[in-house]
Design a protein around this ligand. Structure first.
Ligand SMILES: Cc1ncc(COP(=O)(O)O)c(C=O)c1O
Length: 425
């Protein structure tokens, strides 16, 4: 692959100082009254973040002025749509600091990005080769490898989790062998919020010549990434968790790896030649983007990246960490009423995704009670059943914060939880 560095794609909106009221004003949905009367306190950002006007407008503008299929036409609208789609790829490449913008493959989200790797990279593995995951993984980074195990006879191993809810990288040296081909772990846990020690994972992988995949779904909304500095080989993200539309995400893969992988899905645009009996493949990234891609969604995701670049990330992280500290302290104070944080107790090396268990109360009941206070939480196993089983938990409730959350959201959450505990326990 000859280098084709992403070049700046023009100025996005102006970068103001971080002002939470000004940020909130850009998200129309935050003005919603739940049940027509209580203000929305949206604390389900780990499931899906909300979308600012800037993105809503970009999506509408694209479909109103430039909608056409990409790559296939020579008419003006087709060229406009193709250019807009290419610009979105450039923005994602810059956001992740890819070596080359052709290393970005648009997918429908993190799940499809990981399935792509499990199929394309998985096709290069043989029976007895090992893939290492962790006990903390979202099912999206577990089931694709189980399917590969059934298909190709690979061995699936799991890194244990510490009692603090972190991937126990100290266990890696005894897990990796000369048959290890890939370590596929989450960058940030969608349950405990813990940030993985990626350097230790990369060291262990490189010691046996294995590749590293990071599931970046929960990391991507917390500021720009640098896949080059992380030193990994694959990185997966979801647009709907980074202030963009749903139905789009991206896989970044090192060019030299992608270039020699076979396609995953077959169809239009991923081929060079087709006869009735066989085909040859297009170059990367087209080889991995069979059929019409999520064009409008990718344009919206590009706008979301532009929008995120208007944010002072350091100030935004300090703002959400302060709110998360309040949530953690509030949950700790309820310890004598059966409340336990499942994950690190403070904000060191973690993001503001906070799961908790309540003795004697089901998470769905907690979440339903909180909804009557306008507070949107998530309850259940969060697609991380092995982790919950390890902790003998049927499920947890989870509050996850984004930069538009405020002290009022934390107040509503803590008051609502106090009310729920009085009624449920
Ligand atoms: C850590 C993690 N990985 C993967 C996913 C799956 O993402 P998507 O449903 O966007 O494919 C999620 C979604 O919650 C997640 O939190």
């Amino acid at each position: 692959m000859t280098l084709h560095r992403p070049t700046p794609s023009g100025p996005g909106p102006q970068k103001p100082l971080f002002d939470v009221a000004a940020v909130r004003a850009q998200f129309p949905i935050l003005a919603t009254l739940i049940h027509g009367k209580v203000p929305l306190h949206y604390l389900d950002n780990a499931a899906t973040t909300q979308v600012p006007d800037y993105v809503l407008d970009a999506v509408r503008r694209h479909d109103a002025t430039s909608r056409a299929n990409v790559k296939r036409g020579v008419h003006t609208l087709a060229e406009m749509a193709t250019d807009a789609y290419a610009a979105a790829r450039t923005k994602m490449a810059q956001y992740l600091n890819a070596f080359d913008e052709r290393e970005i493959i648009f997918t429908s989200g993190t799940t499809s990005a990981i399935n792509l790797v499990a199929n394309a990279f998985g096709a290069t593995l043989a029976a007895g080769d090992e893939v290492i995951v962790s006990e903390l993984e979202h099912h999206s980074n577990l089931v694709p490898w189980q399917l590969l195990k059934a298909r190709a006879g690979i061995k699936l191993k799991a890194i244990p989790v510490t009692d603090e809810g972190r991937i126990d990288v100290a266990a890696l040296p005894r897990l990796v062998t000369d048959r290890t081909r890939l370590i596929a772990v989450t960058h940030v846990s969608n349950v405990t919020g813990a940030i993985t020690d990626v350097a230790a994972v990369v060291r262990a992988a490189r010691s046996v010549g294995a590749r590293v995949l990071l599931d970046g779904a929960q990391r991507a909304s917390h500021g720009p990434l640098d896949v080059q500095a992380l030193g990994v080989d694959f990185y997966a993200v979801s647009g709907h968790k980074m202030f963009g539309p749903s139905g789009v995400g991206a896989l970044w893969g090192r060019g030299e790896i992608l270039e020699v992988l076979p396609p995953f899905l077959g169809g239009g645009e991923m081929i060079r030649t087709v006869t009735l009996q066989e085909s040859t493949w297009a170059d990367v990234p087209a080889r991995f983007e069979a059929g019409t891609p999520p064009i409008t969604q990718a344009v919206g995701l590009g706008a979301a990246i532009d929008w995120m670049e208007t944010i002072d990330n350091v100030a935004a992280a300090a703002h959400t960490a302060k709110l998360a500290d309040r949530v953690l302290a509030g949950l700790r104070a309820l310890g004598n009423r059966g409340v336990r944080v499942i994950g690190p107790a403070n904000m060191e090396r973690r993001v503001p995704v906070i799961a908790f268990a309540v003795d004697g109360a089901h998470p769905h009941d907690i979440c339903q009670m909180l909804d009557s206070h306008g507070v949107a939480l998530r309850g259940g196993h969060h697609c991380a059943q092995p982790f919950h089983e390890r902790n003998n938990l049927a499920g947890t409730s989870r509050a996850s914060l984004a930069l538009y959350n405020t002290d009022a959201d934390v107040d509503a959450f803590l008051n609502g939880l106090d009310d729920a505990l009085s009624k449920l326990t």
